[in-house]
Ligand binder design. Structure first.
Ligand code: AHR
Length: 688
């Protein structure tokens, strides 16, 4: 979606270099590199929420991913209303197969499907849902089928629900009876007898005549915390295992929409799940080479569920709100300032009305209402909605983002009144602002300067670039002013080919380069307060953007090498930065050796992170200066692969993952040999 601003040379093709050579120092030809970690001079505190998650519904991350509803287009409300559905055995068996909109299940959920079968027609009559690139079912697992039905003329008294395999084999069957001439909800549990990645759901009518169906849901019982509308367990577990400091949601460009009418509106995503209406996903046709016309947002995973997820995984919620701007890579539509409205007249009449371009005040009010939804007492109007959904206690929201990846004067003029209004009502709310899509250049400089003048708390910087860029910019924040806004490194990922290229891969070259860059984030924890890799999730059969941190199909998932790098940082973030000196000056990155260190006062440990971006092993001798009493052994976590192109996959999910070992410590010195192309975290007890 973006033109890369530079095309640096591809990462050097490094020769495969024998077996990994990590571990305690052995006989080396080169003299060890001497580093000093000043344990007795602890620096800035590391934000306890420093490393977090960036969630966006891109790559079928929500429907077809984290949100495990198996039926696609369950309410027939998408623009092409039969997306995901087909008539069983062809239309010949069905006299009518139509989507109608009279007397629907609810005022918002207007469309439903009407099926009419002919007496004597051969074969099964009914309909079939394909799921999200199939439906993943597991042997012995239970799935709750629910739907609304209303009987018309004829004898259709019920149906038979079948979870069916690709060869037509039934994996679970259940009859549903008792249809009446009024809409009624029916629920039945199907237990699968086999495991399949690409099953589908058939609903076979019993009898002939007419029947209306709507809100057809097939939901696994095995969800995170066993919740009825809960999330996919393996994916939540991967997120939780990272001990993320924050969860940014719902994006990303999805916040903005291609047009303002397609923007993300959080109020449309709460309350009764059956009443949440789908919206086209802005990634649907964004990339011609990865077009996914069936990509909608069902909002089954809505703002309540995001807050709940953040709470479940121990992350601070960080919602990002639309600032009255549609995506500037698309229409760039702007909400008029203040209470004016371009269509539909002044505020009283036009703002928020169908067909009107809502004014900025509408967006600001949405933000204020969101804070009340998250934090207000159950007696407040929006707090009551949260309580009614099952969470009377506040979600304790402390931060919000105003605008996603916006830029230019239009952003700054909207940001200012927006931030003022939020601060006026909620003075302690921390606000995240945007520096735009590029980490440098005129627009970036202007935004950074102005946001500094406006005393913004966090400025969100994004960098998608070749792996080289990450290593070359490991000292980026060494040069930043120590006063002014904190930096939120809100979206970053090394791109193996080019930004937005479908050929990008989650290689070790990308991940190790990110690890090198992150030594600079950690070293500058007084400037950088939060960081998150992006995007987070991708369905192997339905992605639009690559690389991504976690990949999955309908049954399994795995973390890329970048996932493990993020996790190693998050689990070893410590409490305070410790200064590191190396030959060639204090600058890191000397000869492709990168280092940072922290004290972990909670654990009483000293933690040193080292990246050896070299096809040779490298011995280091680390002086833990001023340490009073160190343990005799330390613990090492190492990710290493001589082959920089190494990737994980569904078949080899942990081909490259951290390996644990121990090493000896002698006095205040530790000697260690870094493996070729490795990221190493060394932990030594000794602070207490
Ligand atoms: O992470 C993918 C996209 O990259 C995000 O939606 C957007 O903010 C950025 O351009």
């Amino acid at each position: 979606m973006r033109t890369p601003s530079r095309f640096p040379a591809l990462a050097p093709g490094l020769a495969l270099f024998g077996a990994l050579a990590g571990g305690p120092a052995g006989a080396q030809t080169a003299a060890p590199v001497a580093l000093t970690v000043q344990v007795n001079k602890p620096g800035a505190a590391v934000n306890k929420n420093m490393y977090g998650l960036f969630f966006e519904d891109i790559n079928f991350a929500a429907d077809g991913g984290l949100y495990p509803e198996l039926v696609k287009n369950k309410s027939f409300e998408t623009d092409a209303a039969l997306i995901g559905w087909k008539a069983l055995q062809g239309a010949a068996n069905l006299d009518a197969y139509a989507v109608r909109n009279e007397q629907g299940v609810s005022a918002t959920n207007k469309h439903y499907v009407r099926l009419t079968t002919r007496a004597g027609a051969p074969g099964e009559a009914g309909l079939e849902n394909e799921g999200f690139r199939g439906m993943g079912v597991k042997a012995g697992a239970e799935y709750t089928l629910s739907f609304y039905a209303r009987r018309g003329p004829g004898s259709v008294g019920g149906l038979t629900a079948v979870i069916v395999g690709e060869k037509g084999q039934a994996l679970a069957t259940a009859p549903v009876t008792g249809f009446t001439d009024q809409w009624q909800k029916y629920t039945v549990v199907l237990k699968a007898t086999g495991t399949l990645n690409k099953a589908s759901l058939k609903l076979v009518l019993n009898g002939t005549g007419t029947v209306d169906l709507d809100v057809i849901s097939l939901f696994p019982k095995d969800t995170w915390k066993g919740r009825p509308n809960g999330l996919r367990t393996d994916l939540v577990q991967l997120l939780k295992d990272m001990q993320p400091g924050f969860l940014r949601f719902p994006g990303g460009c999805i916040v903005e929409g291609r047009t303002l009418s397609e923007r993300y509106q959080w109020k449309e995503t709460i309350g009764d799940v059956a009443a949440r209406m789908p919206l086209i996903n802005r990634w649907n046709m964004e990339f011609k080479h990865r077009s996914t016309p069936d990509y909608y947002q069902s909002f089954g995973l809505g703002f309540y569920e995001y807050f709940q997820l953040a709470e479940d995984i121990g992350a601070e919620p960080l919602p990002i709100l639309n600032v009255g701007m549609a995506c500037q890579f698309n229409s760039g539509e702007l909400a008029p300032m203040g209470t004016a409205s371009t269509k539909g007249g002044p505020n009283a009449e036009g703002a928020g009305a169908p067909g009107a371009d809502p004014s900025l005040d509408v967006f600001i009010q949405d933000a204020l209402d969101l804070v009340e939804f998250a934090n207000g007492p159950a007696s407040s109007p929006w707090g009551a909605k949260r309580a009614a959904m099952g969470h009377p206690a506040p979600f304790n929201l402390k931060m919000i983002g105003i605008g996603n990846e916006q830029w230019g004067p239009q952003y700054l003029e909207r940001y200012e009144p927006f931030a003022k209004a939020v601060k006026a009502k909620y003075p302690s709310m921390e606000i995240v602002s945007s520096a735009g899509p590029s980490p440098d250049g005129e627009l970036f400089d202007k935004a950074s300067k102005r946001l500094g003048e406006l005393k913004a708390e966090y400025v969100d910087e994004h960098y998608y670039a070749l792996p080289d860029w990450f290593r070359q910019h490991a000292d980026r924040y060494d040069k930043y002013p120590r006063t002014g806004p904190k930096i939120f490194a809100g979206e970053y990922a090394a791109q193996s080919v080019a930004i937005g290229s479908p050929d990008n891969k989650n290689t070790w070259d990308c991940a190790i380069s990110e690890a090198a860059f992150m030594t600079g984030l950690e070293r500058n924890a007084d400037v950088v307060g939060m960081a998150s890799y992006a995007p987070l999730l991708a369905n192997v059969d339905a992605w639009q953007w690559t690389p991504d941190m976690i990949w999955f199909d309908n049954l399994n998932s795995y973390g890329s090498p970048s996932y493990y790098v993020q996790k190693m940082y998050a689990l070893n973030k410590g409490t305070n930065v410790l200064p590191v000196t190396m030959p060639g000056g204090a600058k890191n990155g000397t000869d492709n050796l990168f280092a940072s260190a922290v004290a972990d006062d909670k654990a009483g440990d000293v933690v040193v992170k080292l990246v050896n971006y070299s096809s040779s092993p490298r011995a280091v001798k680390i002086n833990l200066a001023g340490a009073k009493k160190l343990g005799k052994t330390g613990r090492a976590q190492v990710m290493a692969s001589a082959d920089l192109q190494t990737q994980n996959s569904l078949k080899e999910p942990q081909k490259l993952a951290p390996q644990q070992s121990t090493f000896a410590v002698s006095g205040t010195t530790l000697s260690y040999t870094l493996a070729p192309n490795s990221f190493t975290v060394l932990r030594v007890a000794g602070k207490k």
